[in-house]
Design a protein around this ligand. Structure first.
Ligand SMILES: [Zn+2]
Length: 296
């Protein structure tokens, strides 16, 4: 028996580990060239555009690893298979620093419009790349473009994944129903906690040309951090090394991490650590179904 789609996602009975009232997780999607090449393969011929993306693995990741070392927290890095194959030393440096590596597609493909068989093929291709480059078997997946399909949860569970981080309908983690096999942990995200929207400008490809100040973005995220901590939720931030690996943005991020560390009762953890905790709670799985369109 599973709860209906109208289940209260603030989950009565949800509890953080003893001594904590809320949680925060800092995540980095190492898209590098993959997201742009998937959106526009012809951009491979635009050297400056490619260099904009290469800033992530070449310069952003080293700066962010140093920042995470200084602030003494562990983070989760979602890595497309193509990024792993193109930047193997970068991915191994993330692994060697003790951070979690999770799955983020192969070529950063949206799976919302492909068949389940094709979606599973892409998942396996990404797994093979992370294994061959870093010897990593990820426990979590985040949909490229944040575009999961209605088949994603089943495919992930079938392939031994512990969690997904692609959906936007809750403040706290919950369990997605998957067949009769129990549930897949969902760690919810939101566009307001992603650095791409305020910061990215790539002519003809992304952004309006209005690039926000890190002071403003840091203040915006601090508001959400404080409110989520007060409400017992999960503050799940998504940054990209090619975006937030730049100097003043990384500095603002470090300030935010220090604020999180100074927040009373806030558990700062990787996605895998949070998913393992949620699995111990025996929550009722949420059984969402694709909406049916009206007949007329
Ligand atoms: Zn991405």
């Amino acid at each position: 028996m599973t709860a209906g789609a109208d289940q209260d996602r603030t989950a009565p009975g949800f509890a953080w580990p003893a001594g904590f009232r809320a949680a925060a997780s800092f995540t980095f999607d190492v898209d590098a060239e993959s997201a742009i090449l998937f959106a526009d393969p012809a951009s491979a011929g635009r050297r400056s555009v490619m260099s904009h993306q290469a800033y992530g693995p070449r310069t952003g990741v080293p700066r962010l690893l140093s920042l995470l070392d200084r602030t003494a927290i562990k983070a989760t890095f979602f890595v497309p298979g193509y990024t792993a194959e193109r930047w193997p030393d970068t991915i191994r440096s993330i692994r060697d620093a003790g951070h979690e590596i999770a799955h983020h597609g192969f070529m950063h493909e949206s799976v919302a419009a492909v068949t389940p068989d094709e979606e599973e093929r892409l998942l396996l291709r990404g797994l093979a790349a992370l294994d061959s480059v870093a010897g990593v078997r990820p426990s979590g997946w985040r949909a490229p473009m944040w575009e999961a399909s209605w088949a994603s949860a089943e495919i992930l569970a079938r392939n031994g994944f512990r969690y997904d981080s692609s959906l936007m309908d809750a403040d706290q983690p919950y369990l997605l129903a998957v067949g009769d096999s129990g549930g897949l942990v969902e760690l919810p995200i939101h566009w307001s906690l992603d650095d791409w929207e305020p910061y990215v400008f790539l002519p003809d490809l992304s952004g309006s040309g209005t690039i926000a100040s890190p002071a403003e973005v840091g203040a915006r995220w601090a508001l959400e951090l404080d409110a989520m901590a007060a409400d017992g939720g999960l503050f799940l931030l998504t940054n990209h090394p090619f975006v937030s690996g730049r100097a003043s943005r990384a500095a603002a991020l470090a300030t935010l991490i220090e604020r999180a560390k100074a927040t009373d009762g806030l558990w700062i953890a990787t996605c895998d650590e949070i998913a393992r905790w949620v699995e111990t709670l025996a929550l009722e799985p949420v059984d969402d179904r694709r909406p049916r369109l009206p007949a007329d």
